[in-house]
Design a protein around this ligand. Sequence first.
Ligand SMILES: [Zn+2]
Ligand SMILES: [Zn+2]
Length: 131
Amino acid sequence: MLAITMTDLYPEPSWNFVFGQASLRERVGVYSFARYDSAFYGEARDRDYETLLLRRSCKVLAHETGHMFGLAHCIYFNCLMNGSNHLAESDRRPLHLCPVCPAQTAMEYRLRCGRALPRARTRHPRRGFRR
Ligand SMILES: [Zn+2]
Ligand SMILES: [Zn+2]
């Protein structure tokens, strides 16, 4: 389950805030749009602020979903799963995974389920025309 809110999030009073948080074990996550909107900081919104808000939100949603699938923060490459402590770091993070993270997902699945990830079934559209 993944929850979305416009309320600013912080897990405990000693933290300033989090963009989102997810549990690797319970497979639940929550994220907030609040700090992705310049109006939150009392600043004027740019003309294309909705595009930026959507991009940032997609990024954190995909990042938190990665945690829900057992991925930890990535330290290998420039990757969707890189940790971030502020908005500039979050903006630098790409919208895609590095080559290491999908392999870690497969390994995590094997550990949890005791078997390899099911292979994707590929369709062979030309096969229907062959006799
Ligand atoms: Zn994270
Ligand atoms: Zn990675």
